[in-house]
Design a protein around this ligand. Structure first.
Ligand code: GRF
Length: 203
């Protein structure tokens, strides 16, 4: 069984897409071993509880700079993959070594555009609209010690229309996030990718 830890900070729509994919057997050999949130009051924890998934809160208030260390304690030896699904805290330290190329993140733009420090949530879509680009989308990538810099696994594009608001664009991108995140987990769980010279190759 391919065990996953899902890290969350918000509503949990990406978490929910993984849960549904497992239920619909799109992710045949996968299970969510645990959900870890950096915020005690988020919808993602309700989704975890409603699906009887073990969950923990590792927030800055109680763990400060030891947040990543505590997460490593919870996941070490327990999971095959860590999925950052709307997770907003920084992952750093030993966990990046212990889970090298075993942590993935979903970012709501076509990396390397509109990513890096401060680029999360609606900020991303506001910048996309302000820039006037005609195509946006989302990216699943491996997590390394940079922000949104790890090897790109999959990307999906969406059209950007002149009358889009950040909220409308976010909704259009989020629909694609749900598809591409599940697709990336499937590829990894079925060992259908490898990393060659810091680039992802499909086998
Ligand atoms: C999404 O826009 C995702 O791209 C970003 O966090 C937002 C909320 O995700 N990383 P979720 O609904 O909590 O999964």
């Amino acid at each position: 069984m391919f065990k996953i830890a899902v890290l969350v900070s918000g509503g949990g729509t990406n978490l929910n897409s993984i849960i549904q994919a497992i239920k619909e057997r799109k992710l045949k050999n996968c299970c969510i071993e645990m959900v870890i949130s950096d915020n005690p009051n988020v919808g993602a924890l309700d989704i975890a509880n409603n699906n009887n998934i073990k969950n923990f809160v590792v927030d800055k208030k109680n763990y400060g700079k030891n947040q990543s260390e505590k997460i490593l304690e919870l996941v070490n030896g327990k999971v095959d993959l860590i999925v950052l699904a709307g997770y907003l805290s920084i992952i750093d330290g030993e966990i990046l070594k212990m889970f090298s190329n075993k942590i993935i993140n979903i970012h709501p733009s076509l990396i390397p555009s509109f990513c890096g420090k401060g680029m999360y949530g609606l900020n991303v879509h506001k910048s996309v609209i302000d820039k006037g680009v005609k195509v946006s989308g989302c990216t699943v990538h491996f997590v390394n010690n940079g922000i949104d810099e790890g090897a790109i696994i999959l990307q999906k594009t969406v059209e950007v229309y002149f009358d889009d608001t950040p909220e409308i664009l976010q909704k259009r991108v989020l629909e694609q996030e749900h598809n591409v995140l599940v697709e990336a987990i499937k590829l990894i769980s079925e060992e259908k990718i490898e990393i060659v010279n810091s680039k992802v190759k499909f086998l």
